[in-house]
Design a protein around this ligand. Structure first.
Ligand code: GSH
Length: 243
């Protein structure tokens, strides 16, 4: 497909129209934005101007896609219903919208033979402008005495109440200067709040308080909270109690 200003729109519009109603969001990026912040061993093997799209699930995904998916399909073995649902939604949207295009679809749960993740989800979200990836290095004068602190992405509308699900690389779509890199909204600008965020995420992630570091427009429903706070091995039993 030739490079043209319509290329980004002609990918994002049909993809968004399939996936938004299912509770997902889609953000375009150039492969070069992603590769430029990573060491060569983690690069995506495509030219810098190749179009990619990062797919996030918002709180609505659970009710709009996941529960209907379970209702229709039942639970298949091996039992990874969330991953199955995301794969079903994304692959249906891709095959319906782009039967002519080569799309390399990488899911957050997939590993390469080297055991490295197929893509770094938080980096992709950050460079696309979808969600700021707060890392240890974003805190000046760190109080943690050399301890490793994991970073976390915060979405401007949903705080931590979202998940990064997939990266789609449109192998034959190249984009030029018409796609301008947006800065992700820095919704946790102060050092104090960044410390609070990283400590809540690293030391108390199970209480989910880090997700409320900014007032979220929407959080997970009580049912969704119950589902994700249940160990995966016990979720089937939980689903049965819901009938
Ligand atoms: N592989 C299992 C499945 O497919 O059902 C588990 C999936 C799962 O629980 N994924 C987590 C998730 O969706 C990690 S991404 N969490 C939602 C969240 O933490 O916001």
């Amino acid at each position: 497909m030739a490079a043209s200003p319509a290329s980004v729109e002609s990918v994002i519009r049909p993809l968004g129209s399939c996936l938004t109603k299912l509770g997902f969001e889609v953000y375009p990026l150039k492969v070069g934005w992603y590769n430029s912040v990573l060491p060569p061993s983690l690069h995506l093997p495509y030219p810098d101007d190749t179009l990619a799209v990062v797919v996030l699930s918002t709180p609505a995904m659970f009710e709009q896609a996941f529960l209907p998916f379970l209702e229709q399909r039942g639970i298949q073995k091996p039992c990874d219903p969330v991953d199955q649902c995301v794969r079903d939604c994304v692959s249906t949207a891709v095959s319906q919208s782009f039967s002519e295009l080569k799309v390399d679809v990488r899911y957050d749960y997939e590993l390469l033979p080297s055991r490295k993740p197929k893509f770094l989800a938080q980096t992709a979200a950050h460079v696309s402008g979808a969600a700021f990836y707060y890392q240890q290095s974003d805190v000046t004068d760190q109080p943690w005495a050399g301890k490793k602190m994991f970073g976390v992405c915060i979405h401007p509308s949903f705080g931590g109440w979202f998940a990064i699900r997939a990266l789609l690389v449109f192998e034959d779509v190249t984009v030029g200067s018409e796609l301008v890199q947006p800065a992700p909204p820095d919704c946790v600008p102060s050092r104090e709040d960044r410390i609070k965020l990283l400590e809540a995420f690293n030391f108390r992630w199970q209480d989910w308080s880090y997700r409320d570091i900014v007032p979220p427009a929407q959080t997970y429903s009580e049912r969704q909270k119950e589902y994700f706070s249940t160990a995966p091995a016990l979720r089937l039993a939980l689903l049965r109690t819901w009938g």
